[in-house]
Ligand binder design. Structure first.
Ligand code: SF4
Ligand code: SF4
Length: 355
């Protein structure tokens, strides 16, 4: 096992910057009411090693807004032509290091990878995402404590999860034990800023564990129980915060920013299934007009349809949607209430096909 002293962390990050990497770390952002956010780091900046970033690290692979390409109409001798200029991945396209991710954040990147990168038998391949992800190094801080919103132990290894992390730092007296989980992580642990250590890894946090047996089917069973969904969303404002803060939510919208009458830029930005306009059709019809319909879709997608289709639950138990919901909606209470429903023999039957 390798060890890095606490005062060696800035030296490590500065060395990565000198090697050309863009370094992001959890920092207090003064102009957003002292919120802790993953933010660009440079020498002298303080890092919040004890606080959770309000937003996840997904912005480094899936920016909130990005240009995809620009288009221009041109009159040529052969007639009118459209010129397309690809934008490329732009933000975070080079070497990027995110320091201070948690196990739930790193795991979520793996969940996004399964969607945005080609896998056998599937054809998804997002070139912008691929470029950013290939250049991203994830240095995770292992959690030896947690807060009351954390429930990552409900899904897999919880705080001991290693998926998605290149290097994990375990807090011990005076610094951190370091263990690499990829070639890049092992390369970092071999740097001379680290030293060999025979210390034992610390005990990791014990978060809440929800009893969610049969949830995938039970969410289908209560699909038509609007009283359940209206009760679950009585306080919900439909603000969409939970989707933006979530490390696994990935819905996006594609739209054109016009420049003049016909030229423009095609852009992509995060969307949120909790917004009324998310499913609003051009005709004016909205298949999910109530908050209850939209929240039902959010829960069904995360814990039933997506796992059934893709084999992954779209939640790592990071607790962000609980900590930040302005109305106090607690996803764990809804999950527990759904899981506590008696199983319906034969299962149910209606499933939304879109996400
Ligand atoms: S953050 Fe809370 S209030 Fe806002 S949409 Fe999500 S559940 Fe509703
Ligand atoms: S649904 Fe909530 S707890 Fe689960 S990963 Fe998203 S923000 Fe975290």
């Amino acid at each position: 096992m390798r060890f890095i002293a606490s005062d060696g962390l800035p030296r490590l990050l500065e060395r990565l910057r000198e090697d050309g990497a863009e370094v992001w770390a959890p920092r207090v952002v003064r102009d957003t009411l002292n919120t802790v956010l993953f933010s660009p780091w440079s020498e002298g900046d303080e890092i919040e090693t004890g606080a959770y970033s309000t937003l996840s690290a997904k912005q480094l692979v899936l920016p909130a807004t990005e240009r995809l390409f620009a288009y221009r109409y041109r009159l040529t001798a052969e007639g009118e032509k459209i010129e397309i200029e690809a934008a490329g991945p732009g933000m975070h396209a080079g070497e990027t290091v995110v320091f201070g991710a948690r196990a739930c954040d790193a795991k979520a990147l793996g969940v996004l990878d399964a969607l945005f990168l080609s896998t056998p038998g599937q054809s998804y391949n997002d070139p912008h995402y691929r470029t950013r992800r290939a250049g991203l190094t994830v240095i995770t801080l292992a959690c030896t404590t947690c807060d009351s919103a954390c429930f990552c132990s409900s899904f897999g290894a919880g705080p001991a999860e290693t998926a998605g992390s290149d290097l994990i730092l375990y807090p011990v007296g005076g610094g951190y034990l370091a263990e690499g989980f990829s070639d890049r992580g092992r390369e970092l642990a071999a740097l001379d800023i680290f030293e060999d250590s025979s210390q034992e890894k610390p005990a990791l946090a014990e978060t809440a564990v929800l009893e969610l047996a049969g949830l995938e089917q039970k969410l289908l069973d209560i699909f038509d129980d609007l009283d359940f969904w209206r009760g679950a969303t009585e306080q919900c404002l439909s603000c969409g915060y939970c989707t933006y803060a979530c490390p696994t939510c990935h819905c996006f919208n594609i739209f054109d920013e016009m420049q003049g009458d016909r030229d423009g830029e095609r852009c992509r930005s995060w969307d949120a299934c909790m917004f009324y306009t998310y499913t609003l059709e051009t005709s004016g019809h909205n298949p999910r007009p109530e908050i209850a319909h939209r929240y039902r879709n959010r829960m069904g997608h995360k814990f039933s349809y997506y796992p059934a289709n893709q084999g992954e639950i779209l939640c790592t138990g990071c607790g962000r949607c609980i900590r930040g919901c302005p109305a106090g909606v607690d996803i764990r209470e809804v999950l527990k209430a759904a899981a506590a429903r008696p199983a319906t023999p034969g299962g149910a039957l209606q499933q939304e096909t879109e996400s």
